[in-house]
Design a binder for this molecule. Structure first.
Ligand code: ATP
Ligand code: MG
Length: 388
């Protein structure tokens, strides 16, 4: 035995170390061929890798004569048959040829081929060490392939995630366009009707002046809506939250809603301030949310009218806002879908985006929205915001 036990053990440990560090299959195969020559005393070695079907292809060689590498190899002949095939293709240059399958759990990855010039070259410690090396190599190959599969799955996951984000963005954009279309239609329809009337009344200057006044009011509404949209665009670009007095925002929203309710309306809008109520929010978003809630309340009123009450107050967690109405209320099946985008009971007149937007904004502010409603009695929406 020309190698001492210590040398063999050192070689095995070194091999185990290198193979566990090797990340890709090509490197592992190369290492197997090299170790066979450097530490197993073989004069030549090669590794055949499993290819399509039951074929094997040369993946790494070390000092192998080219004629030994050019044959057709099959997994079916691993063992004696393949050893004889390689032996004769080398013109009996090697006295002994050995094949060791690379098998881990249930997978066959290939075969390690060792060629010895002297008869009995594959003896002593060598068969045992060769077995150990080919087993370790197979385990390393197993891990490398698993790692590759994992990396591929991760890449797929990442691209699916990107697609989802893109889809979500498109969906948000779609929602916003529907919201814009809804608001602009509400502005242009009455304007177009009034223009028709102006044309008919052109000979009655007093009436024309009166209608022009109404048209101006509609245009003013339009400008306000466009302003709200501008503010909406701002929110999505991460407008910073600021400490604001909810009472001031409630007054702003009421001023925006009053013209819509009309001077002689049967619907009354009451505002009840509860002390100084400070909260950490985006002011423009609160105003838009309140306008949406008040418009919904107005639309839920019966013909005889009713009262919409906007209240503010504080709790231990922060500030709150309430919009309560004495309208028709909601059955459970409506309440259940209330905040879903595009859910509406108003047919063509509604987009079902109002509450979806309010809900999104309240959550983004770290707050919460709740609803209390009873058919025939009315509805109360409560929005809670974190303390400033
Ligand atoms: N105060 C309320 N009283 C009774 N039902 C309400 C009230 N607020 C909302 N709803 C119900 O919730 C549905 C969804 O409201 P949301 O504001 O999201 O959409 P919409 O008002 O139908 O349409 P849009 O706001 O786009 O005009 C309404 O269609 C209505 O059925
Ligand atoms: Mg609405």
């Amino acid at each position: 035995m020309e190698n001492s036990v210590a040398q063999v053990i050192t070689a095995c440990v070194r091999f185990a170390q290198l193979i566990s560090e090797a990340q890709d299959p090509e490197k592992i195969l190369r290492l197997l061929a090299d170790t066979a020559v450097d530490h197993l005393g073989a004069q030549a070695a090669m590794v055949l890798e499993v290819a399509e079907g039951d074929g094997l292809r040369v993946a790494a060689t070390r000092d192998m004569p080219p004629e030994a590498c050019s044959g057709q190899f099959s997994t079916e002949t691993i063992g004696r048959e393949m050893e004889l095939q390689i032996h004769s293709s080398c013109g009996s240059r090697y006295a002994e040829v050995k094949t060791l399958p690379l098998v881990s759990s249930t997978n066959l990855y290939g075969v390690l081929v060792l060629c010895f010039r002297e008869p009995g070259g594959f003896s002593d410690y060598r068969p045992l060490m060769a077995r150990g090396i080919s087993d370790l190599g197979a385990v390393a190959l197993d891990q490398a392939f698993h790692r590759r599969t994992l990396e591929r799955s991760m890449a797929e996951l990442q691209s699916t995630r990107e697609l989802l984000v893109r889809t979500e963005r498109l969906r948000a954009l779609g929602e916003m366009s529907a919201g814009i279309a809804h608001d602009l239609r509400n502005i242009f329809n009455p304007l177009s009707l009034q223009i028709d009337i102006v044309k008919r009344l052109a000979k009655n200057p007093e009436k024309v002046v009166e209608l022009a006044g109404q048209m101006k009011q509609v245009v003013k509404h339009g400008v306000e809506t466009v302003e709200r949209l501008r503010l909406f665009g701002h929110q999505s670009r991460e407008v910073r939250t600021e400490e604001v007095d909810l009472n001031v925002l409630v007054d702003e929203a009421a001023a925006l809603c009053r013209p819509r309710l009309g001077e002689h309306s049967r619907v009354h809008l009451e505002v009840m301030h509860g002390g100084p109520v400070r909260a950490l929010v985006r002011g423009a978003e609160v105003v838009t949310a309140l306008v949406n809630l008040v418009v919904n309340a107005q639309e839920a009123m019966p013909a005889e009218g009713g009262t919409i009450t906007v209240r503010t107050g504080t709790s231990e967690h922060g500030g709150w806002l309430q919009v309560a109405d004495t309208g028709q209320g909601m059955p459970p099946e409506v309440k259940q879908h209330l905040f879903e985008p595009f859910f509406t009971t108003k047919g063509d007149k509604g987009t079902g985006l109002g509450l979806a937007m309010v809900d999104t904004f309240v959550r983004r502010s770290g707050g919460a929205i709740t609803v209390d409603s009873e058919p025939g009695k009315g509805t109360t929406f409560t929005l809670r915001f974190p303390r400033a």
